[in-house]
Design a protein around this ligand. Structure first.
Ligand code: SAH
Ligand code: CA
Length: 214
């Protein structure tokens, strides 16, 4: 399901700062060599993440779901010299490729890439988070939120991707309710009712939930 007129989307992309050579290469190689290239953030969302980080200036970012490193590099580019990004992924088959991209970005000293199940890894990370990007398995969005919420600093941000799930959050957008859709409905409802945050569901690409810790 397209959320906006494809020509308007093209217009949005034409008025969003262009991807550089490295991001173009990551897109190309992901499409050529990796399963499910649809999961890439892409130019519009990548630039949005970079700008959010530039404006917010977090000291510590946690990303759940690295994939081929596109969104990680966008966010790392927004960090100041003291900032760091911890990014987690369960898929070790992509490790070599992703580490190569981080090296090429010149930001690998600020990127702490850890492999394993995020549900196990998050409790082993020390310290608080100023900015969290949730973008791994949809079934665990609420558990991830629960694991991080008390460790997000006051004024800190949580962004969760794909919360409109190609429109399946609406009954008319789906044939039957699958478990990923059910989990996202539960996640969106929980955030909406959580008195610890103020939030806005942005219809950017596949839907981004933006929550700010009070
Ligand atoms: N943030 C990336 C896309 C992430 S795609 C971008 O925008 O470019 C989702 C990723 O979540 C996949 O790489 C998948 O391996 C990872 N993932 C799925 N389940 C996970 C889990 N339990 N723990 C950590 N990562 C997981
Ligand atoms: Ca995503």
């Amino acid at each position: 399901m397209e959320f906006i007129d494809p020509e308007l989307l093209e217009y949005c992309e034409a008025h969003t700062s262009e991807e550089d050579a490295l991001l173009k290469k990551i897109t190309r190689e992901t499409q050529a060599k990796v399963l499910m290239p649809r999961m890439l953030s892409g130019q519009l969302q990548g630039k949005f993440l970079e700008l959010m980080v530039k404006m917010h200036q977090p000291k510590t970012i946690l990303e759940i779901g690295t994939y081929t490193g596109y969104s990680a590099i966008c966010m790392a580019r927004g960090l100041s010299k003291e900032g760091k990004l911890i990014t987690l992924d369960i898929n070790d088959e992509l490790e070599k490729m992703v580490r190569g991209f981080f090296e090429e970005s010149g930001l690998s000293a600020q990127i702490d890439y850890r492999l394993g199940n995020a549900l196990d890894l998050i409790p082993s990370i020390e310290g608080d988070f100023d900015f969290v990007f949730i973008d791994a398995d949809k079934e665990n969005y609420l558990p991830y939120y629960q694991l991080v919420i008390d460790r997000v600093s006051k004024g800190g941000v949580i962004l969760a991707d794909n919360v409109l799930w190609s429109g399946k959050v609406l009954p008319k957008g789906r044939k039957k309710l699958d478990k990923d859709t059910a989990a996202l409905l539960e996640f969106n409802r929980f955030v909406q009712e959580d008195p610890r945050v103020e939030n806005s569901l942005l219809p950017i690409r596949d839907g981004l939930m933006l929550a700010r810790k009070l």
